[in-house]
Every structure is written in C-alpha cells, then in structure tokens.
Design a protein around this ligand. Structure first.
Ligand code: PEP
Ligand code: MN
Length: 282
C-alpha cells in the first residue's frame, strides 16, 4: 500500500480519524445511519425519520438522486427531495446523509447534506472524488462492487489529496458467484481496513445482503468485527417503497435490531475490559 500516503495508518503516529457531525463522533461512537432508500414524499421521509430517531438512530439517510440500473426506474426527487430532508432534520435533529451523483451538483447539495455519500457505482468517478475533496463536508465513500481494498483506499486518497480529510468508508457488499444474496457482504474488510488505514469504516448490510432476514445477523456481526457503525434502509411502510423495497426494514424490525445492538455493545465493552491486554497468538 505504498502509494497511500494519506490514508495509511502511520507507523509512529497511529492516530485514527474521528469525524464529528453535530453531536455524533464517527470513529469513536458506534454510529447508526438509518432511513429510506429514496426520499419519496414529505410524509414518508418525516414519519420514517421520527421512527428511526425514536429507535435510537444517530443520522438520517435518504437519496434525492438515485443511481438506478434502469433509466425508467424512479430517479429521485432531486432538489425537492433535499428540501424534504432539510425539513426532516428540523423536525428530528438528525444529521443528513445523502448521495451526490454528479460533480456539478456537489456545491449546492452541500447546503442540505451533513455527509455526502458516493455510491458504489461512482467509487472510481475521479472527477466526482476530486470535487468532494474540495468541500468541507465529510464523505461516505462506498466500496465499488468490484473493488479491492487497495483500489478503494486509492479512491479515498483522491479525496484526502484535495484537502478533505473526512472520509468514512462503507462496505456494501461485492459481486461474487453467489446469487442467494444480492451481494456478498465482505466483513473481513473491516479488520483489514483497521490494519492498514486510520479512516473509520461502517457497514451497509441492507445493500450488502438485499435480504431482510439476513440484515440483523450481519449488523451484529459488523459490530463484532469492529465496524464504526452501520447503514440500514428503513421505510415506515416497506410494501410501498419505490426503491429497494425487499430490503427495507419496518420501524418495528429496526427497533428490535437497535436493542440487540445495544446489548451486544455493552457485552463487548465488558469483554474488552476483561481481555483488553490479551493479544492473539498463533
Ligand atoms: C444507497 O445507499 O442508496 C445506494 C444506492 O447504495 P449503493 O451505492 O451501495 O448501491
Ligand atoms: Mn437502496
């Protein structure tokens, strides 16, 4: 990983990046980003935001610009969607994570977003990476669905090289021969990132599995693997979701997941206190 001057964990000074957004510290707290795949209406977004907040989420996600496989699928509400997200933030206080698709939109999307998301399909869109590298908002950089760790970190390097140090990596599953799940969630990437980089890494088991029944175990596994947080798609009425409806959790499911995560978190803290000084031997 020789060319990774800025994203590598520095031997002598192995400080890890902590990114503060309002009262959330990414890289220190375990952060839960939840919300609908896409912003569909004011009612859908605000109701979902209130429900995920109630369950304990730290941030609201929602796409106003949707990168869809088909040009005929719902493409998002654009500026109208961003204004709905702004309203949802006013109502709930949750910071907003939203995707930007086009370098020409970066500066004005920044007026609404607390964190700019770069999706899997754009991980290597170098002009977009350079553009988000020039702004003062943190960037959630999803792993390209065909990318190696080195390729992914090189893309993060583009952003840091432009002057923006606040990059959060997000594992969202990669393409393999497996078809039962939508993607193959590569949780081994979490401790791998921790070994070589100081950047925080979160996990998206919603896109990573595409299957409702598998999102909960993989979220718990992400926490156990040392992730700094998770990103979960939640819709107040999943059967009506315009996008990714098969993987949208209901607020009730999400609330059960949150309780399990809280128990696992306390249990892990206890274990770490007892075994904190132990190292793994071969
Ligand atoms: C999303 O988070 O809504 C999304 C489109 O994700 P990905 O880029 O990982 O497919
Ligand atoms: Mn989605």
């Amino acid at each position: 990983m020789k060319d990774l001057k800025l994203t590598s964990l520095n031997g002598e000074d192995n400080r890890r990046t902590v990114i503060t957004v309002d009262n959330v510290k990414i890289g220190e707290d375990f952060v839960v980003i939840a919300g609908p795949c896409s912003v569909e209406s004011e009612e859908q977004t605000i109701k979902t935001a209130q429900m995920v907040k109630e369950a304990g989420a730290n941030m609201l996600r929602g796409g106003a610009f949707k990168p869809r496989t088909s040009p005929y699928a719902f493409q998002g509400l654009g500026l109208k969607g961003l204004k709905i997200l702004e309203k949802a933030k006013k109502e709930t206080g949750l910071p907003i994570v939203t995707e930007v698709l086009d370098p020409r939109d970066v500066s004005w999307v920044c007026e609404y977003a607390d964190i700019l998301q770069i999706g899997t399909r754009n991980m290597q869109n170098f002009s977009l990476l350079k553009e988000v590298g020039k702004v003062d908002k943190p960037v959630l950089l999803k792993r390209g669905m065909y990318s190696t760790l080195k390729e992914w970190l090189s893309c993060a390097e583009y952003i840091l090289a432009e002057g923006n140090p606040n990059v959060i990596l997000c594992e969202r599953g990669i393409r393999t021969f497996e078809t039962y799940t939508r993607n193959t969630l590569d949780l081994s990437i979490v401790p791998s990132v921790k070994e070589v980089s100081h950047l925080p890494i979160i996990v998206d088991p919603s896109h990573g599995t595409g299957r409702l029944s598998i999102i909960e175990p993989m979220s718990l596994a992400a926490m156990a693997a040392g992730a700094d947080g998770i990103l979960i798609e939640v819709h107040y009425n999943p059967c009506e979701a315009l996008c990714d409806k098969d993987q949208a959790m209901s607020p009730e499911m999400f609330s059960i997941l949150m309780r399990k995560l809280q128990s696992l978190h306390s249990w892990m803290n206890e274990i770490n206190q007892v075994t904190g000084n132990m190292t793994t031997t071969h």
